[in-house]
Design a protein around this ligand. Structure first.
Ligand code: ATP
Ligand code: MG
Length: 336
């Protein structure tokens, strides 16, 4: 059985953009394949400490799993949810892979360049985290690792490390699929980019400062509806889907389609030729607030204990699989 592996980053409350563009597609893929694939969903907590985490970290960590469950992630015996730091083989494997990774290839990682640029002091974790990521993947012989474009280079590094290792020691590590194959498998097509409500030429971002720019998953439904009503549009007085000339209106059509799981073309057809932006805004405001009401009810119905139970079985499984692979790797290096 092949393995799909994905990490859930724990940070501040996600936006509607994160949810529609990244979380929901991930849940769909997991649900679609979990009958005949292992689906490993883990919290990369060791990656998180590369930058400072605050006292809410554990609370946010539990919340992020709840978000996936509330989004419809189905759990069966092939779905494994675990925390990276509860599987010590990750750090051990990372160290061993460090010894076959080259300074040259590591220094070329663009994420490292971006993240360290202009800083007077940069921790080694920031430099080394692509190797930890390779360990996360290779310990479980993962074939599919759905990642964004910003991580393609790290996936390529993972493949290179695995091939280098196998070349030296024999076929011990599974080389994950090439990025083109990953993209095909994910069936995502054009990446979804929800726009900033106040400035629709930009994408919606957690880090945006403007209160009305973004909808957070924990916004009250009323507050979210107000934000939609105040979204920036244009003065063309014509509802049509044209991201270039009418990004605000197009964004609203896009949000409505995704949130109601309706084909975008259908939503566009419904509104084509209409002129009253207020009507469209009201419709989208209702869609968003209805969605948030149900979503937040689902979240509060999930107890912390339910999440801890998932961790318990998931971490037992993960330790077993990871330790087995680690032992093969240790033997190859004459450590065992
Ligand atoms: P930040 O402002 O801190 O960069 P962000 O909102 O851009 O936050 P990230 O943590 O960078 O969120 O990305 C998390 C995931 O959400 C990524 O897979 C990213 O592609 C996706 N994503 C981010 N913003 C959007 C958006 N506006 N529409 C769709 N997907 C998005
Ligand atoms: Mg971002």
């Amino acid at each position: 059985m092949k393995t799909i592996l994905t990490g859930i980053r724990v940070n501040s409350e996600p936006t509607l953009g994160n949810f529609l563009g990244a979380m929901l597609p991930m849940v769909r893929i997991a649900n679609k394949h979990s009958l005949d694939h292992h689906v490993n969903i883990f919290i990369p907590d060791l990656h998180s400490i590369i930058s400072e985490v605050d006292g809410d970290f554990q609370k946010n960590l539990i919340n992020s799993i709840k978000i996936y469950l509330a989004a419809g992630l189905k759990i069966n015996e092939n779905v494994h949810v675990y925390r990276q730091s509860y599987v010590p083989a990750h750090s051990e494997m990372c160290w061993i892979l460090n010894c076959i990774a080259n300074m040259g290839e590591m220094s070329r990682m663009t994420q490292f360049k971006d993240k360290s640029e202009g800083k007077s002091s940069v921790n080694v974790g920031i430099f080394d985290y692509p190797v930890l990521m390779a360990a996360d993947i290779l310990l479980y012989s993962a074939n599919y690792v759905p990642v964004g474009e910003d991580q393609f280079q790290h996936l390529e590094l993972t493949r290179n490390l695995a091939m280098r290792f196998n070349h030296k020691f024999g076929e011990i590590l599974t080389v994950p699929e090439k990025t083109e194959e990953q993209v095909k498998f994910m069936e995502t097509g054009e990446p979804i980019r929800i726009r900033d409500l106040s400035n629709p030429t930009k994408k919606m971002s957690k880090s945006a400062i403007g209160e009305n720019s973004k909808i957070l998953l924990n916004d009250t439904p009323e507050k979210a509806a107000k934000k939609i009503m105040s979204a920036t549009t244009d003065s063309l007085a014509k509802i049509q889907y044209d991201m270039f000339n009418q990004p605000g209106i197009s964004n609203l059509l896009q949000i409505d389609a995704l949130i109601n799981n309706q084909p975008l073309q259908e939503v566009i057809a419904t509104w084509q030729g209409e002129t009253h932006y207020g009507d469209l805004k009201k419709r989208v405001a209702t869609s968003v607030s209805t969605f948030l009401t149900h979503f937040q009810e689902s979240i509060s119905a999930i107890s912390d204990d339910m999440v801890y139970e998932l961790f318990e079985t998931g971490e037992e499984y993960a330790n077993e699989v990871a330790n087995k692979k680690l032992l093969e790797v240790q033997k190859a290096f004459s450590l065992r």
